[in-house]
Structures are given as structure tokens and as C-alpha cells.
Write a protein that binds this ligand. Sequence first.
Ligand SMILES: Nc1ncnc2c1ncn2[C@@H]1O[C@H](COP(=O)(O)OP(=O)(O)O)[C@@H](O)[C@H]1O
Ligand SMILES: O=C(O)C1=C[C@@H](OP(=O)(O)O)[C@@H](O)[C@H](O)C1
Ligand SMILES: [Mg+2]
Length: 166
Amino acid sequence: MEAIYLIGFMGSGKTTVSRELARRLNVAVYDTDEEIIKMKGKSINEIFAADGEAKFRLLESDVLRSIPSNDAVIATGGGIVGLEENRLYLKNKVNVVYLHAELENILERLKDDDSRPLLRKDKLQSAEVLYSKRLPLYRGAAGIEIGTSGKPITRIVDDIIQRMKK
Ligand SMILES: Nc1ncnc2c1ncn2[C@@H]1O[C@H](COP(=O)(O)OP(=O)(O)O)[C@@H](O)[C@H]1O
Ligand SMILES: O=C(O)C1=C[C@@H](OP(=O)(O)O)[C@@H](O)[C@H](O)C1
Ligand SMILES: [Mg+2]
């Protein structure tokens, strides 16, 4: 099976859905953020603070290419579509799924979570700008779009499997 790449904004559920989807399909699961954390021995917040976002993006891009592209579900970081080289890489993959959630739902899901440097309390005003900027990039890179607002994880996984059959 060609790998399934999950893309979407922070809080759209990529990490959570990837684990359940991989379990259901009995394949391996990877998360670009987790690979970076393992490689650097630091949290995403620490990497952003110490090395800056640009350095993180280069690492992310390398990690994306290092993950096997067969028999796996791959959760990406929400900013993976920022670099054109990654958009082109994903364009050539058959199973790229965009998990769509309304910004309102995302902010509710992440209101007590401070693990995302680009969505800290002082950055909330720019969240809307970032969300609008990225939306067309996700849609352009993905062959399948799945709505996640108000849906439990099992339902989202069912929807992905169903859509992949078509
Ligand atoms: N469909 C959903 N409904 C409600 N909460 C969700 C849903 N998907 C994810 N969450 C919650 O939102 C938070 C972010 O999810 P996560 O999987 O880390 O998203 P991402 O990897 O896209 O940033 C977690 O607390 C998770 O439990
Ligand atoms: O959207 C982004 O720029 C980011 C998303 C995060 O991953 P999730 O999308 O899994 O939250 C993580 O890679 C980092 O905080 C930057
Ligand atoms: Mg994640």
C-alpha cells in the first residue's frame, strides 16, 4: 500500500487520526514532529526557540523524505506545505488526505495546549491569517478532503477508508 499522508492545520487531528488509521489498516505510523523531536532530543518549542522556524522547516523537509512511503500512515506538521519542495513532493503521492477543521474548532481543541509555538496565546491574532494563507495550499496538495469538525476520531477514520476505496 502507498503511504497515506495526513496534512492540515495545527489541531486538525493529524497526529491523533494517524494512530487510529494505522491501527485499523495494520500498517506503521510516523509523525514528522515526533521524528524531529527524537532526532534533536528537544521539544518543538525548544527547537523553535533555539534554532528558529527556518531551521525547523529544513529538518521537517528532510524528515518527510526519510520516512518510508509504503505501508504507513504519516502525520505531517501543519506547516509542511509552506515549502514549495514539500508541496511538489506531496503532489506526487497518491494518498494525501487534508483534514479540514473550522478555525473555531481548532482554537477550542488547543486552548489549553501550549506545545505549538505558532499558536501561543500572543499569536492568536495571526492564527486567522495563517489559516487563510494555508487553506489553499492544503487543498492544492491533497487528493482527498475530510471534514473533522464535530466528528469523533473513529468516524474520521471510517470516512478516510471509505473515500480511499473510491
Ligand atoms: N475530531 C476531533 N474532535 C475533537 N478533538 C479532537 C479531534 N481531533 C483532534 N482532537 C484533539 O485536538 C488536539 C490536537 O490534535 P492533534 O491530533 O495533535 O492535531 P494535529 O496533529 O493536527 O495538530 C488533541 O487534544 C486532540 O485530542
Ligand atoms: O503549523 C505549523 O507550522 C506547525 C505545526 C505543528 O504540528 P501539528 O500540525 O501536528 O500541530 C508543529 O510542526 C509546529 O508547531 C509547527
Ligand atoms: Mg500533530
